[in-house]
Design a protein around this ligand. Structure first.
Ligand code: ADP
Length: 304
């Protein structure tokens, strides 16, 4: 395992809002650039941003290149939308191949939240005990699990997608086709949808949090249900894979007041089922770090 202080290579993070790339040398980001993801376009247009972006990084061709991408990446490197309402127009060919065609470099692919899980854990090992889970509560709810120093992986690429676990609080079918998922009750999208239905006017998650902070009960109730669903998923992770520590990330996960509500909800759960729950600290670059950590490991295996 390469220590984080020796990581060297390129990392790319392809998301619905931005596409970021970083050159990392000796465990430091020495150059980082990003571009806005083209709006209202398909994945091909997103990938077409890569040649320009990557041409600005003069890294040697032998260094590993890791890519984090929103969506489920299966063992063939194909990208799949789990929730078809949040991701549309997926390419049918393996994504790694499509990227390699554009940047002329072979790449290692990971789901962005799983990459963030690996980055968050490996760069903050004093903060978290293993097994570790990262849960991002944002447009959707994603996750990744690290045991030892290794990211849990499966052929389906579905591992760690805790947003598609079931929640007793959920009452609708989500875009995955599964009824009653955590994502359908706990995500920022869900918070906005429930608030809009309740109030009869479009209300986004930040407005719900603002109303909660000024003491409005309707808003507190909506956020509390989300927090209860996340607290229970943390306990499920502990019961199923023995998770010791959890980091919460994403715009909702890190919104002021949210973690306190999750901790409050956890307090009612028997102690044995309570992992330590903390706010993630690595921020927006966690996916970049995780992507490069994974690419470095894969390259070492291939070179061995
Ligand atoms: P991304 O999924 O790319 O992280 P955003 O951070 O823009 O996208 O938003 C994701 C979800 O989080 C949306 O549902 C949005 O309304 C919600 N959100 C964004 N900022 C906040 C905030 N400060 N407080 C609560 N919810 C937020």
């Amino acid at each position: 395992m390469t220590p984080c202080s020796q990581l060297t290579g390129l990392a790319i993070d392809i998301g619905g809002t931005k596409i970021a790339a970083a050159q990392i040398e000796g465990g430091k980001i020495i150059k980082r650039l990003q571009t806005a993801t083209p709006k209202g376009s398909g994945f091909t247009e997103w990938l077409d941003c890569l040649p320009d972006l990557i041409s600005q990084f003069p890294a040697g061709t032998s260094v590993p290149v890791g890519v984090a991408v929103t969506g489920r990446v299966d063992a063939d490197g194909c990208l799949q939308a789990v929730n078809k309402q949040t991701m549309k127009q997926m390419p049918s060919e393996p994504l790694a191949k499509l990227i390699e065609q554009r940047i002329g470099r072979s790449v290692t692919m990971l789901n962005d939240v799983q990459a963030a899980a690996l980055g968050e854990y490996r760069l903050n090992q004093q903060r978290y005990a293993s097994p570790f889970a990262f849960i991002s509560i944002s447009t959707g709810v994603g996750g990744g699990i690290v045991a030892g120093d290794t990211l849990l992986k499966a052929p389906s690429g579905l591992q760690g997608h805790v947003g598609f676990a079931s929640s007793r609080f959920a009452t609708s079918t989500c875009g995955s086709g599964r009824f009653g998922t955590v994502e359908s009750i706990a995500s920022g999208t869900a918070i906005g949808r429930i608030a809009s239905e309740l109030r009869g006017e479009k209300t986004e998650a930040p407005a719900v949090f603002a109303a909660m902070r000024s003491g409005e009960a309707w808003a507190t109730n909506i956020v509390r249900i989300s927090a209860l669903a996340i607290a229970e998923v943390c306990s499920d992770l502990r019961a199923i894979v023995g998770v010791e520590s959890v980091a919460l990330g994403g715009s909702v996960g890190l919104a002021e007041g949210y973690l306190d509500m999750v901790l409050e909800a956890s307090a009612d759960i028997p102690e044995i089922f309570r992992p330590a729950i903390k706010p993630a600290v690595l921020g927006h670059d966690a996916g970049l770090w995780g992507a490069l950590i994974e690419a470095t490991s894969q390259k070492q295996l291939a070179d061995a």
